[in-house]
Design a protein around this ligand. Structure first.
Ligand SMILES: Cc1ncc(COP(=O)(O)O)c(C=O)c1O
Length: 446
């Protein structure tokens, strides 16, 4: 297969630069610009910019296109829905795609108990609503979240989010009754038992101590967790830790919310990351790859919990927009009929094998980690001190872009490179992208 990367100009080319200049005058600088390129076309794992350059997309619009850019099923489903209606507002008049999608998510998410699902527009909004539902059901106010967490940019989302700069800097005060506990980040764990297989935090006494220090478990409505931390650096929770946490929540009547916004829909080699842990959470939030690029997010969970809110307490004007629901149904069809979860597992295995190989050759790679195709490299200046190599991470991203691959970083310390390539990526395109990543790594690590 011929190479797909085709660069006609240096990156960014003149047209992207011109649009970038207009952007700077029209859009606030607070809206980040990870790359300086403007996209005019995207198909599966390949994007074309305004200067006609063809690049490989290893970022997938930050984990939104697990089923690939413009999957034909999604395009067709949206086109078909457009012929009928684009909006009536579900709380005013119902429509079938919303209900069918709710039924499918109720069936597909972990647990065979009775469930409900409702839709909102963004991941942050799903998180807000899951917390509202947990508070309403339990009659409690406390929320426990984790270091390294990212749950969105609304005020509650930001409060739950861990990274200060850029997300929280100067935006306080944040919301009350939110308590943060450490996440089991094995690579940066300083316990003497580090590296001996078992997680030192997977211990009931550890959790008892944290709650004793921060908040009475009897006043906590929910614990919210990303089973593999996303923006905070692709850190999978150790299974034994999740087991202890889930039991602790059950014992204290605390709702366990799994934020599967970045981990969901095949990214981790399972439909949901919960499945790696045998975890049946009380509530699950999803968004991103749910609707393959159309804005849609969901809260799915126990019927008794989600039915606790009074009519009018949940919902919104656009939540569950019919075009987005049609797209999401097509995403689920693609996942089921094209074996995308299994494909994701294979894509992840190839990436992992290459990353582990590189780790032997490049001392800047401190850690290789992730579940399925949610893989990352943590870069360090020195393996023994684990000093984070943030600047080098930026240079690696820039070098890869110059050579035609869009790469995203992550991590509270800004030194993680993550891969969110579509799970539908062709083998040759994946190999070409990984080849560019390695050449860029060689270049920046000297
Ligand atoms: C785990 C997680 N939760 C919540 C969000 C917020 O989603 P949105 O940007 O759609 O509000 C994100 C976005 O990156 C996320 O990764």
């Amino acid at each position: 297969m011929a190479k797909v990367i085709d660069l006609k100009t240096s990156i960014p080319g003149p047209r992207s630069q011109a649009l970038g200049a207009r952007r700077a005058q029209a859009v606030p600088r607070g809206v980040p610009a990870t790359t300086p390129i403007a996209i005019v076309q995207a198909d599966n794992a390949v994007v074309i910019d305004a200067d006609g350059n063809r690049l490989i997309d290893f970022g997938g619009g930050i984990g939104v296109v697990n089923a690939g850019h413009r999957h034909p099923r999604i395009v067709e489903a949206v086109r078909e829905q457009l012929e009928h209606f684009t909006h009536v507002c579900f709380p005013v008049s119902m429509y079938e795609p919303y209900i069918t999608l709710a039924e499918r998510l109720n069936r597909l998410t972990p647990g065979t108990h009775e469930k409900r699902t409702f839709f909102v527009n963004s991941g942050a909004e799903a998180v807000e609503n899951a917390i509202k539902a947990a508070r309403r059901f339990t009659g409690r106010q406390g929320i426990v979240c984790f270091e390294h967490a990212f749950h969105g940019r609304t005020y509650l989302g930001l409060t739950l989010t861990s990274k200060v700069n850029p997300y929280k800097l100067g935006f306080g005060p944040f919301m009350p009754e939110v308590y943060r506990i450490p996440f089991p980040y094995c690579y940066r764990c300083d316990s003497p038992s580090r590296g001996r297989g078992a997680c030192c935090m997977a211990d009931r006494a550890h959790l008892e101590h944290l709650f004793a220090a921060h908040v009475d478990p009897g006043s906590v409505a929910a614990v919210i967790i990303e089973l593999e931390i996303g923006e905070g650096g692709f850190i999978p929770a150790p299974p034994e830790y999740v087991k202890v946490l889930a039991q602790f929540c059950r014992d204290h009547g605390i709702m366990l919310i799994a934020d599967e916004i970045q981990t969901g829909f095949g990214r981790t080699g399972k439909l949901f990351a919960c499945e790696h842990y045998g975890l049946v959470p009380d509530l699950i939030t999803t968004a991103k790859s749910l609707a393959g690029g159309l804005p849609l997010a969901a809260v799915t969970g126990r019927a008794d919990v989600l039915d606790a809110a009074q009519p009018g307490g949940l919902g919104g004007t656009y939540g569950g927009n019919p075009l987005a629901c049609a797209a999401a149904l097509a995403v689920l069809d693609a996942i089921e009929q094209e074996g995308l979860v299994e494909k994701g597992e294979r894509v992840g295995a190839r990436i992992r094998a290459r990353f582990l190989e590189w780790q032997q050759r490049y001392p800047v790679i401190g850690d290789v980690r992730g579940l399925g195709a949610m893989m990352a490299l943590e870069l360090v200046k020195d393996r023994s001190t684990r000093e984070p190599a943030k600047e080098l991470t930026g240079r690696l991203q820039a070098e890869a872009l110059k050579r035609g691959v869009i790469l995203l970083s992550a991590g509270t310390l800004g030194n993680v490179v993550r891969v969110l390539v579509p799970l539908t990526v062709e083998d040759a395109v994946l190999e070409e992208g990984l080849g560019v990543m390695e050449r860029s790594l060689r270049e920046v690590s000297g």
